[in-house]
Each structure stands twice: as structure tokens, then as C-alpha cells.
Design a protein around this ligand. Structure first.
Ligand code: 1AG
Length: 135
């Protein structure tokens, strides 16, 4: 029985988002705007099928996938790249590999109680985000 991420999660901590955005090549002005956002994650999960919405006042990003199945991800409104993306379960963690132009790109999500963790990596930069369940 895999972990159930379903729900709404509000960010409470965001470490090295700046470094991660620099690694993705996000321009200065966009980084200044993005750096002060307080994103919310909305997870819809049906077994291995996911939709993850990242909601902010500036832009939203939606990603839908089935664990174990590679798909083409276009990071529209983020760095606007095309990746061959696969998300796999590693025990109760969701581990995403985003193959494409950027080396060592991906993310990991996991839950501990009412806390959702996200580590985003690109090249040599890792951003660590923490969310608390709000619904
Ligand atoms: C993600 O989460 C996307 C979450 O894959 C966003 C993370 C980084 C954003 C990357 C670059 C920033 C570029 C432009 C900023 C504009 C808007 C920002 C909107 C998002 C702010 C955090 C992993 C997973 C589901 O939860 O995709």
C-alpha cells in the first residue's frame, strides 16, 4: 500500500531555491519574483496515478503521471524545457528523474505525518522545501 499524498499543502520552508533556479538558467528578474512566492501543492492521487499542482500568485504548474511510466514533461512557465521524466516509488518516497538538457535533474517527495518534503535537484544544486497539510 503506497503512501497517500492526496491533499493540500502550504510551504513553510524553502532552502536554496535561488541556487536551484540559477542552475535551471532562470533570469534574474524572474528569480526575484519567484523567490518570494509561497507555493501551495495540491496532490490528487489514485494509487499510482498522480496530478500535482503547484499553485502561486504568479504562475501555476501542473504535472500528471503514473508511477513507473516514462512521459514527456514540458516545464511550461518554469524553465520551459522538455524532459523525459519518470517517477518511481522508492519505498514510500516518490523519486522523479528528469532526463534532458540539464544533468542530475529530478526531485523527491515524501511525507512524515502532516509534513510534506520536496527536494529538487539540478546539476550541483539542491533546493529543500517543506510543506504543512492545510486540507
Ligand atoms: C516541480 O515540483 C515544480 C515546482 O516540479 C517549481 C519548482 C521550481 C520552479 C523552477 C523554476 C522557476 C521558474 C520560474 C518561476 C515561476 C514560477 C514559479 C512557480 C513555482 C514556484 C515554486 C515538483 C513536483 C511536481 O511537486 O512537479
Amino acid at each position: 500500500m503506497p503512501a497517500d499524498f492526496t491533499g493540500t499543502w502550504d510551504i513553510v520552508d524553502n532552502q536554496n531555491f535561488e541556487g536551484y533556479m540559477v542552475a535551471l538558467g532562470i533570469d534574474f528578474a524572474t528569480r526575484k519574483i519567484a523567490g518570494v512566492l509561497k507555493p501551495q501543492k495540491i496532490f490528487e492521487q489514485d494509487g499510482d496515478s498522480f496530478t500535482i499542482k503547484t499553485i502561486t500568485t504568479f504562475r501555476n504548474y501542473t504535472c500528471s503521471f503514473k508511477a513507473g511510466e516514462e512521459f514527456e514533461e514540458i516545464t511550461k512557465g518554469l524553465d520551459n524545457r522538455k524532459c523525459q521524466t519518470t517517477v518511481n516509488w522508492d519505498n514510500d518516497k516518490l523519486v522523479c528523474v528528469q532526463k534532458g538538457e540539464k544533468k542530475n535533474r529530478g526531485w523527491t517527495h515524501w511525507i512524515e505525518g502532516d509534513t510534506l518534503f520536496l527536494e529538487l535537484t539540478c546539476e550541483d544544486q539542491t533546493c529543500k522545501q517543506i510543506f504543512k497539510r492545510s486540507a
